[in-house]
Structures are given as structure tokens and as C-alpha cells.
Design a protein around this ligand. Structure first.
Ligand code: SF4
Ligand code: SF4
Length: 116
């Protein structure tokens, strides 16, 4: 069967119509593999709660740092992982929330995040 690029692009998620916020604890958590992330930021505008950002400049002294997820805001929608896999590099893993909390010793709140 001939290869058609539009077949690939059809499966890319839509950009969010508006930015929302977490309401309850998610079932999955997005974790960036910093060694694989190119820092391209293609995933950033697709996140419906806008919780993906570049790692702080003081963590790595490099021109284009990888991105990180503000874990307590993530709703586990998997959109970033699909976008990264389809459009760039496959640098995002979705972990079951219990596994994430044990592995990273981080407790995710079961409700909206209070922002300063
Ligand atoms: S799309 Fe993938 S490679 Fe690009 S910044 Fe996001 S996680 Fe990193
Ligand atoms: S899974 Fe990815 S796109 Fe979805 S809320 Fe979490 S960081 Fe954002």
C-alpha cells in the first residue's frame, strides 16, 4: 500500500480550544525522559492544562534544555505523549499514578491545584 503522509497527520491531536485545569487526581502521569527530549517544545501548546515547560536554566547549562511537566497540574490525558511520538521523538512515558508516586516519591493531590 502506498505511503500517505496525510494518514499519519490525521491521528495528531487537535490543539486545545481553551486551557482548563485539573479537577481530580489523574490515573496516569506524563514523565519526560530528559535524555531523549530534544527540547523542541512541540508538545507544549497541545497540553490542555498548559503544564509543560522548559527545565530551569540552572539545571542544565545548554542552549535548548529539555521540557518538564508540572506534575500536580497534569490530568494524564496522554496528548503530549501522542504528539511527541507522532511529530518528534517519543520522549514521554505515561506511568500509572501509583507507580509514579512510589518511583518519584511525589504525592499528587486529588483536586484542583492552588496557584499563587
Ligand atoms: S515534543 Fe517530545 S522531544 Fe519535543 S519537547 Fe516535547 S517531550 Fe521533548
Ligand atoms: S498528559 Fe501531557 S498533555 Fe496531558 S495534561 Fe499531562 S502533561 Fe499535559
Amino acid at each position: 500500500m502506498p505511503y500517505k503522509s496525510e494518514d499519519i497527520y490525521k491521528t495528531i491531536p487537535e490543539l486545545p480550544a481553551k486551557i482548563t485545569a485539573k479537577k481530580k487526581k489523574p490515573r496516569l502521569m506524563a514523565v519526560i525522559d530528559e535524555d531523549s527530549c530534544t527540547g523542541c517544545q512541540v508538545c507544549v501548546p497541545f497540553c490542555p492544562v498548559d503544564c509543560i515547560e522548559s527545565v530551569p536554566k540552572d539545571k542544565y547549562d545548554i542552549a535548548i534544555p529539555p521540557v518538564q511537566v508540572r506534575y500536580d497540574e497534569c490530568i494524564g490525558c496522554q496528548i503530549c505523549a501522542r504528539v511527541c511520538t507522532k511529530l518528534t521523538w517519543d520522549a514521554i512515558r505515561m506511568l500509572p499514578i501509583a507507580e509514579f508516586e512510589v518511583t518519584y516519591d511525589i504525592q499528587i493531590t486529588d483536586g484542583p491545584v492552588k496557584k499563587p
